[in-house]
Write a protein that binds this ligand. Structure first.
Ligand SMILES: [Fe+2]
Length: 247
């Protein structure tokens, strides 16, 4: 916004650390073409189907992507007054959150998230985590948090980082690590075009947009078995198999 007002272009680098420097030296034209490959497909997909694999089980989550446009964050800031994050390299979309009268979100299933050794299972109904299906210390904590702040359970972002093929290594910071693979965020979404905003939370200090990144460095026991985009005409396209993009 300030870029337009004061006529400059620029890159923002929140929480940038020295280990991220190699990720600035990539061929961002190539990054851009990978980002656009996903964005064009996400724009047309009416549904994204995830199959997660854990040591004991598989879980399916189906995200409703009707009525939504995907975003491309490709690191190219060649246009005047354009401002974006660096390092960059992801396409993402906010799932449909059911704001249209009489047309609830069809997002449904289970999203597993690993905290330390524990895998927490979030049961998703109408695009919201409404129940914790697992047991353990973190599961109990998450159960209390969801009760206190239902907006925290909102599925806020389906993200697809594409820097995996450029040899970039995870550094333990979300800014870079989410660019390395599939991620899903919970909480506020209005800054990405959704409807869950800080006002949707009961307490100001609980407002979050929290990314869960499905790469081994972030969640060692949860693998992306597959991600499939489903289109209006019923066509299905496999985008990820066994943690790897198929393009
Ligand atoms: Fe993201």
């Amino acid at each position: 916004m300030l870029g337009r007002k004061h006529k400059f272009r620029g890159a923002t680098m929140p929480n940038f650390t020295a280990p991220m420097i190699p990720a600035l030296a990539l061929d961002y034209q190539k990054v851009n073409s990978r980002v656009m490959y996903i964005k064009e497909r996400l724009d047309n997909a009416i549904r994204v189907e995830y199959l997660f694999a854990t040591p004991g089980d598989q879980y399916q989550f189906i995200a409703d992507t009707r009525y939504r446009t995907a975003h491309a964050s490709s690191g190219l800031m060649h246009e005047p007054q354009q401002v974006g994050n660096l390092p960059s390299g992801e396409s993402y979309i906010v799932p449909y959150e059911g704001e249209k009268e009489g047309d609830p979100s069809a997002s449904t299933g289970i999203i597993p998230v690993q905290f330390g050794e524990e895998i927490v299972l979030y049961k998703i109904v109408n695009n919201r985590a409404v129940e914790i299906m697992s047991d353990g210390t973190t599961s109990e904590k998450e159960r209390k948090l969801l009760e206190a702040e239902p907006a925290y359970g909102n599925v806020a972002e389906l993200g697809f980082g594409v820097l995996d093929v450029f040899g970039v290594q995870p550094v333990g910071s979300i800014l870079l690590d989410e660019k390395l693979g599939v991620h899903i965020a919970f909480g506020r979404s209005e800054h990405f075009g959704g409807i869950v905003s800080p006002a949707s939370f009961n307490k100001k200090e609980n407002v979050v947009h929290i990314d869960r990144v499905y790469i081994p460095a972030c969640q060692k026991d949860i693998r992306i078995f597959s991600v499939t985009f489903v289109y209006e005409d019923g066509r299905r396209e496999n985008i990820v198999a066994n943690d790897k993009y198929l393009f």
